[in-house]
Design a protein around this ligand. Structure first.
Ligand SMILES: *Cc1c(COP(=O)(O)O)cnc(C)c1O
Length: 363
C-alpha cells in the first residue's frame, strides 16, 4: 500500500497535554491549562441545557443542512442563509475549502507563522505552499500581495493571527483586497473576532459584502466555549458557499453541536461578559509582563505571546512542573510562549509561576 506521496512526511497533530495526565504524572493537586485558547468560563448555561434536551433525539441523524441554526446565524449577522456553511469546527471548513478549490500545482499563500491547518490541508491537496514571514508578528500583506501569480488559488489571512495575537487593520486589509485578483479566494480566519473592541479591526462579513472573493471563518469553539462539540462556520457569497457545500459530508455537524450553538448565539449577555473579562485579563497579563521586563506582542484575542528571553521550551517545562500548561515551540519564535487568558485567579497563578521560573533561571 502506498499513501499519497505528499502526505508521508506530514506530522500527526500533537494536542496539548490533558490536565488529568499532568496531575497524575507530576502528583499535583491543581493544574491550570492555558494552552488551547479555550474559554475559562465554559459555555452559556442555556447551551448546556440544550445539549441535555437533545439527548432525547440521540438515535436520529442530524439535519445535515443545519437549517434552524443557519437561519439564526443569518439573522444575527444580517446575511442570507445561502451565505453560510457549517463544519465540524472551522478546522473542517479549512479542509473543505482546500478540497473544493485546490488542484495539484495550485499556489496558496499564507503567513509564517500562522495557524498550521492552512498548510496541512493544502499540502494534502498537493498545492505549492508559499509562506510569507510575519513582520513584527503581523501579516505582511504587501509582501503577500507580491507573491500572487496566475497560479494563486487561495490566500489565508488569520486575523487576529494565531499564535502571535496581532491584527491587520481594516485599512490595511482593504488596500490588500483592492489589489488581489477576484479569481483568488481570500480566507479571513476570525476565530477570535468576538473578543475585539478595537474599531480598527475589520469585520470580515462587511468584507464579504464588498469583495465577492472573500470568505470569513468563525467558530463556536473560542468565546462561545463549545470546543468539544466541533462546530464552526464560513460566511461568503452564495456561489463560494455552494462549492464548499458540494464537498461537505452529509452529516458533518452533530445534533448536540447544532442545538448548543443555537442556544449560545441567542445568549449574547454571556458573550459580553466573557469579552469584558478577557480584556481585563489581557490588561493584567500585559502589566505583569511590563513589570517583569518582558516584551509581548499586541494581543487582540484570548491569548498573548510573550518573549521570555530564554529558550521557550525550558520555560514551558518549568511552568509545567508548577502546574501551568502553556504553549511553546512556535516556528520562528524560539523564545516566546503563548498564554491563554484565564480567570483572574488563573492569571494570578500563571504570573507568579512565571515570575518564579524566571528568577530560578537567572541564577
Ligand atoms: C482555534 C482556531 C480555529 C479552529 O477552531 P475550531 O475548533 O476548529 O472551530 C481556527 N482558526 C484559528 C486561528 C484558531 O485559533
Amino acid at each position: 500500500m502506498q499513501p499519497k506521496p505528499n502526505i508521508v512526511h506530514l506530522p500527526v497533530y500533537q494536542p496539548g497535554k490533558p490536565v488529568e495526565d499532568v496531575k497524575r504524572e507530576l502528583g499535583l493537586s491543581e493544574v491550570i491549562k492555558l494552552a488551547s485558547n479555550e474559554n475559562p468560563y465554559g459555555a452559556s448555561p442555556k447551551a448546556k441545557e440544550a445539549i441535555v434536551r437533545e439527548a432525547e433525539n440521540v438515535s436520529i441523524y442530524p439535519d445535515g443542512a443545519a437549517v434552524e441554526l443557519t437561519a439564526a446565524v443569518a439573522r444575527h449577522y444580517g446575511v442570507q442563509p445561502d451565505q453560510i456553511i457549517f463544519g465540524a469546527g472551522s478546522d473542517e471548513i479549512i479542509l473543505m475549502i482546500a478540497r473544493a478549490f485546490i488542484v495539484p500545482g495550485d499556489e496558496t499563500i499564507m503567513a509564517e507563522s500562522t495557524f498550521p491547518q492552512y498548510k496541512h490541508n493544502t499540502q494534502i491537496e498537493n498545492a505549492v505552499i508559499i509562506e510569507v514571514p510575519l513582520k513584527d508578528g503581523t501579516h505582511d500583506l504587501p509582501a503577500m500581495l507580491d507573491k500572487v501569480t496566475g497560479k494563486t488559488k487561495v490566500i489565508w489571512v488569520c486575523n487576529p493571527n494565531n499564535p502571535t495575537g496581532t491584527i491587520v487593520s481594516a485599512e490595511e486589509l482593504e488596500s490588500f483586497l483592492d489589489n488581489v485578483p477576484s479569481s483568488v479566494l481570500v480566507v479571513l480566519d476570525e476565530a477570535y473576532c468576538e473578543y475585539i473592541e478595537d474599531p480598527a479591526f475589520p469585520d470580515g462579513i462587511r468584507m464579504v459584502d464588498k469583495y465577492p472573493n472573500v470568505i470569513t471563518l468563525r467558530t463556536f469553539s473560542k468565546i462561545y466555549g463549545l470546543a468539544s462539540l466541533r462546530i464552526g462556520y464560513g460566511i461568503g457569497r452564495s456561489g463560494v458557499i455552494r462549492s464548499i457545500n458540494q464537498v461537505r459530508e452529509p452529516f458533518n455537524t452533530s445534533r448536540y453541536a447544532q442545538a448548543a450553538a443555537l442556544a449560545a448565539i441567542q445568549d449574547q449577555t454571556f458573550i459580553e461578559e466573557c469579552r469584558r473579562a478577557n480584556l481585563e485579563g489581557l490588561r493584567t497579563l500585559r502589566a505583569a509582563f511590563e513589570r517583569l521586563g518582558l516584551q509581548a506582542f499586541p494581543a487582540y484575542g484570548n491569548f498573548i505571546m510573550v518573549d521570555v528571553q530564554r529558550p521557550a521550551t525550558e520555560v514551558f517545562d518549568a511552568l509545567l512542573r508548577k502546574g501551568i500548561i502553556v504553549r511553546a515551540g512556535h516556528r520562528g519564535y524560539p523564545n516566546h510562549i503563548r498564554i491563554t487568558v484565564g480567570t483572574p485567579e488563573q492569571n494570578a497563578k500563571a504570573i507568579s509561576a512565571l515570575e518564579a521560573v524566571l528568577k530560578e533561571a537567572k541564577v
